[in-house]
Design a protein around this ligand. Structure first.
Ligand code: GLN
Ligand code: ZN
Length: 765
């Protein structure tokens, strides 16, 4: 009998209850008891949902007040000394929050632990910080308390924890960064394993039958030393506690299958939704005394699954496995929203093709029954509805637009390359007449409360179109005047009409949908509500031209047209899974191509296409990088290659390190790139030593994430450093990113100094 289970549920709550409870507690508006109570209710609700939908166990250990890695760090005593010399007993939740958010009061100011992206998702975890002489010590009972709590409610429990090797790989220390390049980290293993053993034996005492250890690192490009570490660790943990299921996800198991199969564990979970795994081949030498858990429901995306197809595939191998075949979502459901049902504003054809957490649990339940030839009448109805929804999705005119598909096909003949940069740069300089070291900003200016209020009142229909337009125009005029007063060279309109750089365009495009409550945790109490790209993407009318024209009419200086690039729109949305991502990206690129040409025709001489998320799309395994970068870069070229030589194309990137993809960035062939530099300690400058950047570039000279006004000499020096590797004629002067989260006073002060820095550099030249 195939068994249904899951790897973990989102914890934030259907209505973001946890977010609200946390923020109210942090503000001192509610008690710790009230917070604890909300956590308890959420766990209870989530366990019930699993149980009601046929999961064999409920998961314990996936709940977290802020982040599950941080929970585990606290459990095993990985708490840096700057927060406490000794971990209080009983453990104090405020210590966990101090690590997550820092501690600021009259006596002290302790910075938070570092936070970073969880593999290739938009979830962020708190990086464990190891001291040189790190010890590991069981410091908290929360995990065991939750086990008892679930058992008290009558449930069978499967405990979910970070695997020891992955935990080490994710951690950073005084002498090494995160990742697996540094083998010395493994010296911590013996001590770390001691605490794992202690936890495992306690779980056994509590009659927990299975523990799931998450080891996604086993799928990455890891060297022999780390491969050996995996084998040693599991040899040592064998038999100590409950049976062990090692869970891997976010990649196909195929490349590392020898390692995975050699692990001395009771079960293995693999992700069948990523890459192409030949299941029959994979199980051909499977040891049938071990459990194999198949991740068949996509835990990273929100589309209903083709259950008939999965049933067929699984059935081909099911007979031999008996109870040792488990079915699950590909990964924890942390990365999808909670429930589709309450959504009232989605087009019916879109809504019925979506599966959030609850729907995925239902799918899994029916799937297990189907594989076991045990479908109830209710299951059959479910399957019928599901198949009808799939069919609608294939045929619906709301989703499919033949004209778009034809156009994408025809676009194959579009020339992606503009004339050589050297040939077009003169035309641009004639057209723009800019000084050496031109100054500009990234696009947004401070979004004041009044601006936000006007926008949301208009959206709700409480403000007339005319009043909204006037309000926005007044703001644009103010932003233009301020920039002129500051003496900036290339101006922006300030983006007051945009709440979010993807949502703004998504709302104007066909093929995008927005939920009311489709929240996904990004970090701690912060959630995002990604747009859904459900269908062929097209544009009914120009999206930015009127604003840009108006802004340009106010000044003799060039004002940049401002757009969000195709890859970033893809990366920050839930993307349809019925065609390759690259295809959807091309549709977006063509829409942008039209918009860019419209802007150019309206007299806009400089157009910026932001691609901050381009690096986030990189596959986890390096061997797949080239393929991704090829279509990502091509999409950018497809949007931009139609313009005249004298039209200057800008792009902007931030939030990540770009050194290892600098060549691909150069291939995008933007005339100018403004790029985050100052926060990453100018590591970017290192890249310029090894690679001669061909076009113009503005390394961000100050960090906009802090209200501090930057230092003039520091900015001048940064550009001087850059000028050692890049011809000064290629250099621009600009901040790291947009200014929308800043206030006006520090914005003006900072830009004033930035302009002074550029003037000083010009004088030196
Ligand atoms: N143009 C956008 C802004 O200035 C860019 C934002 C970003 O890079 N994330 O806000
Ligand atoms: Zn940015």
């Amino acid at each position: 009998m195939a068994i249904a289970h899951n790897l973990g549920l989102p914890r934030i709550g259907a209505d973001r209850e946890l977010k609200k409870a946390l923020e109210s507690y942090w503000k001192g508006e509610s008690s710790k008891d009230a917070l604890l109570q909300v956590g308890k209710e959420l766990r209870q609700r989530h366990w019930k949902a699993q149980n009601d939908n046929g999961s064999q166990w409920v998961t314990v250990g996936d709940f977290a007040w802020y982040d599950h890695i941080l929970e585990w760090s606290c459990t095993i005593g990985v708490v840096p000394h700057r927060y406490t010399q000794e971990i209080p007993q009983p453990f104090d939740l405020d210590l966990l929050f101090a690590m997550a958010r820092g501690r600021q009061n009259e006596q002290e100011s302790v910075p938070a632990c570092e936070m970073t992206k969880w593999y290739d998702t938009n979830y962020h975890y708190i990086v464990p910080e190891l001291k040189k002489d790190q010890t590991f010590k069981l410091s908290r009972t929360f995990l065991f308390d939750q086990v008892k709590e679930a058992q008290g409610q009558g449930y069978q429990v499967k405990v979910v924890l970070p695997g020891p090797v992955t935990y080490l790989a994710l951690s950073k220390g005084e002498d090494f960064g995160a990742g697996t390049e540094f083998n010395g980290k493994l010296d911590f293993l013996p001590n770390l394993l001691a605490v794992y053993k202690e936890v495992l034996s306690k779980l056994k005492e509590l009659n927990v039958e299975w523990v799931q250890l998450d080891e996604a690192f086993a799928l990455l490009d890891i060297n022999d030393t780390w491969q050996q570490a995996f084998k040693d660790v599991y040899a040592e943990l064998k038999g100590v506690g409950p049976k062990i299921l090692v869970a891997t996800y976010f990649e196909s198991p195929e490349p590392n299958q020898d390692l995975l199969k050699a692990l001395p564990v009771d079960g293995l979970h693999i992700d069948l939704t990523r890459g192409e795994t030949d299941l029959v081949k994979f199980v051909s030498d499977w040891d049938l005394t071990k459990v194999l858990s198949l991740g068949v429901i996509d835990g990273r995306n929100i589309w209903r699954a083709d259950l008939d197809k999965i049933t067929k595939e699984v059935s081909t191998i099911a007979q031999n496995f008996g109870d040792n075949l488990w079915l699950a979502p590909s990964c924890s459901l942390l990365h999808v929203p909670y429930d589709v049902e309450p959504e009232t504003k989605l087009h019916e054809e879109v809504k019925q093709s979506l599966a959030f957490t609850i729907q995925k649990l239902q799918e899994l339940n029916v799937l297990a029954h189907a594989v076991n030839n045990d479908l109830s009448a209710q299951d059959k109805e479910f399957l019928e509805r599901q198949n009808k929804a799939l069919e609608t999705r294939r045929t619906s005119a709301h989703i499919n637009n033949q004209a778009v598909k034809d156009r994408v096909k025809k676009a194959e003949s579009i020339e992606l390359h503009r004339p050589a940069f050297a040939d077009r740069v003169a035309a641009q300089h004639d057209n723009l007449n800019l000084p050496l070291y031109p100054t500009t900003t990234i696009g947004s200016f401070p979004q004041t409360k009044e601006i936000r209020q006007l926008r949301s009142a208009w959206k709700k229909g409480n403000v007339s179109d005319a009043d909204y337009e006037n309000g926005m125009k007044k703001e644009i005029e103010l932003v233009i005047r301020e920039q002129e007063n500051l003496g900036l060279d290339v101006l922006v309109h300030g983006e007051p009409e945009r709440n979010d750089m993807v949502e703004y365009f998504g709302e104007l495009l066909n093929g995008f949908a927005f939920t009311q409550n489709g929240w996904v945790q990004s970090y701690g109490s912060r959630c995002v509500k990604p747009p859904i790209i459900f269908g062929d993407v097209s544009r009914s009318a120009p999206m930015t031209v009127e604003w840009a024209k108006f802004a340009q009419s106010l000044s003799d200086k060039p004002v940049k047209g401002m757009l969000t690039g195709p890859v970033t729109m893809l990366q920050w949305s839930f993307v349809r899974d019925d065609q390759p991502r690259s295809e959807t990206c091309r549709q977006l690129a063509l829409v942008l191509r039209d918009e860019i040409l419209d802007l150019e025709a309206a007299g806009i001489k400089v157009i910026q296409i932001d691609e901050p998320a381009i690096r986030e799309g990189l596959p986890l395994r390096r061997e797949k990088w080239d393929e991704y970068l090829k279509w990502a870069v091509d999409a950018f070229l497809l949007s931009t290659s139609g313009v005249r030589d004298e039209t200057q194309i800008h792009t902007h990137m931030c939030y990540s390190e770009f050194n290892d993809i600098i060549k691909a960035i150069a291939d995008m062939d933007a005339d100018v790139i403004t790029i985050e530099t100052s926060r990453s300690n100018m590591e970017l400058l290192q890249a310029f030593e090894d690679f001669k950047y061909p076009n113009e570039i503005g390394p961000g000279v100050y960090d906009i994430h802090s209200p501090n006004v930057p230092d003039l000499d520091w900015m001048v020096n940064l550009i001087r450093q850059a000028a050692k590797h890049i011809d000064k004629k290629q250099l621009w002067v600009n901040p790291d990113c947009g200014l929308k989260t800043r206030g006006w006073p520090e914005t003006k002060a900072s830009l004033d100094i930035m302009v002074k820095a550029a003037k000083q550099l010009r004088q030196e030249a």
